[in-house]
Write a protein that binds this ligand. Sequence first.
Ligand SMILES: Nc1ncnc2c1ncn2[C@@H]1O[C@H](COP(=O)(O)OP(=O)(O)OP(=O)(O)O)[C@@H](O)[C@H]1O
Ligand SMILES: [Mg+2]
Length: 269
Amino acid sequence: MITAGIDIGSLSTEALIMQDGRILSYAIAKTGPKVKTVVKEVLDETLDMASLSSGGIDYVVATGYGRVALDIADRTVTEITCHATGAYHLFPETRLVIDIGGQDSKVIQLDSRGKVVDFVMNDKCAAGTGRFLEVMADALELGIAEIGPLSLKSRKKVPISSTCTVFAESEVISLIAEGCERRDILRGLHEAIANRIIGMASKLMWTGQVTMTGGVAKNTAIAHILRKKIPLPLNIPEEPQIVGALGAAFVAQKAVATRSMRAMMFSRT
Ligand SMILES: Nc1ncnc2c1ncn2[C@@H]1O[C@H](COP(=O)(O)OP(=O)(O)OP(=O)(O)O)[C@@H](O)[C@H]1O
Ligand SMILES: [Mg+2]
């Protein structure tokens, strides 16, 4: 049984091909304004890598904010379910998932079977999301992959008082003008995001293991601060950006299995 999971996020799009619960291939691309074109490119890439044609896929599940724009999916499923499913399959002891993407952040509570029991979401403002970090990296003239490692070199915290992205950016610019070290400013910014996430997580039950998903899980400073503040084991998948697509591919596997079982039952009657 071969399925595909596609996650169309605000900043990145991922496709993943799965055969009988095993990942065959995956690819990541920037979403951009032409959603359908990006999805086709990223899916073609994964099909090429798996030496398959689109006819070889039994079922496609799409997730992410852009899922509604797709016409090639057999089913669309929420990001909450897909990130929970993906994280649970990678780390079965996961009871909390922290997904920090480009435009929103979520903390999801799972039960021991990987079912979503509750979640808290911030999709109202950019603060506490990957976009916030991108704006700050630009203000500090650094690449997004540089800010985590540089922040970890800080020996002095410079607290950032503004929670709004626009005000925090002005604050960062003023701090640079005052001669503050970029690494210390970054530490303050990362602490601010981590505190927002902890605030969201505090509304849920802290038990089992925590798994981070989404692109911000690649930021080593955020992971470091969360590890210090949350007294539970924290898992970072090897490629946290594909966890939504992975979950979507698993949901698709289940759909095919259910379909086959129904077909078998009806063929007997
Ligand atoms: N190499 C990297 N190092 C550090 N951070 C990164 C890296 N790559 C991406 N990010 C962060 O990940 C964010 C994007 O995450 P992701 O790809 O999960 O978003 P998305 O799924 O498109 O968004 P959403 O789910 O909110 O619609 C970026 O804004 C950036 O902050
Ligand atoms: Mg996402």
